[in-house]
Design a binder for this molecule. Structure first.
Ligand SMILES: [Zn+2]
Length: 289
């Protein structure tokens, strides 16, 4: 299990040229061979000998030791002075929020955007949307403490969709026209529906959430609005750039880590993670030593 991690190199295989024993590294959630046709297009998510395999098709990172295939293309040397919590956010959630939310949604300076879901992915989207200076950011969630966190991270308008109708509130606060970019960061029909009802003509809906059920797509209303709808699995091509922003402290993703556990307290860590609302947990860091 596990597709996020920071590690110390213990041993390298014959094919590895870029790393040596003792290197501190960031482990990308996506494995890339660097040679196949998808990798050549930076679509590492679909690497023919990789993609999302860690903790999915092969043993993952929640262990004392983990083997990383195609290490030269799937690991990044950790810059000194950057703490583990910040780095860990670069394994998956930061590139996911940035690539599938912010870049696919084409957030631009001065835009009004809405992020539906203030969980880790929604927060990562919020943090990385700041690179493009949107004028106004609506954050929608059911949990007040998560909304408060979003406010600290720069959301300008908080909407608790348990207490009020998110669609009505956002439309009334945008003169009835809606938002330039609506980013879905939950993965259920109700949150996708909010996005399609608040999107402005010419706007972008970027679906980041992983859906387990089909959603109703209202093309009869969307077609005339000239909207763009995007979705996908992260490729992590933005990781080197995000590493620079973390190193320079342009963004501080370590704020997303709310709990830390040792590996022998793994079950407790899962309990905290499962009861996120009660425990006020966002990301949980587990260390092997
Ligand atoms: Zn490949």
């Amino acid at each position: 299990m596990g597709h996020e991690g920071i590690g110390l190199i213990e041993e390298v295989g014959e094919a590895v040229a870029n790393f040596k024993k003792g290197d501190r590294v960031l482990i990308s959630c996506v494995t890339s061979c660097g040679r196949c046709s998808y990798c050549k297009k930076q679509l590492y998510a679909h690497c023919q000998d990789g993609g999302w395999i860690l903790g999915h098709k092969i043993n993952g990172t929640q262990a004392e030791y983990v083997r990383i295939p195609h290490a030269d293309n799937s690991l990044y040397l950790a810059p000194s002075g950057v703490d583990d919590a910040a780095l860990l956010m670069l394994s998956d959630i930061l590139p996911t929020g940035f690539e599938i939310g912010v870049l696919s949604g084409q957030v631009k300076p001065g835009d009004t955007i809405a992020i539906i879901g203030a969980g880790p992915i929604g927060m990562a989207t919020l943090l990385t949307s700041k690179f493009y200076a949107p004028a106004r950011t609506f954050m929608v969630d059911l949990d007040d403490s998560r909304l408060e966190t979003a406010k600290r991270f720069g959301a300008t308008d908080l909407v608790n969709s348990g207490r009020e109708k998110a669609v009505d509130r956002i439309l009334s606060m945008t003169d009835g026209v809606g938002v330039d970019v609506a980013i879905e960061a939950v993965g259920i029909p109700a949150t996708f529906d909010i996005c399609q009802k608040i999107i402005k003509p010419g706007g972008h809906i970027a679906n980041v959430g992983v859906h387990g059920k089909s959603v109703e797509l209202h093309l009869e209303e969307l077609w005339i609005k000239n909207i763009t709808l995007t979705t996908g699995l992260v490729s992590t091509y933005s990781t080197p750039m995000l590493l620079n922003t973390v190193k320079s402290k342009t963004i501080a993703p370590e704020q997303l880590v709310t709990h830390r556990f040792k590996m022998n307290d793994m079950l407790k860590a899962y309990e905290v993670f499962a009861n996120a609302s009660k425990e006020k947990s966002m990301k949980v860091l587990i260390s092997a030593e």
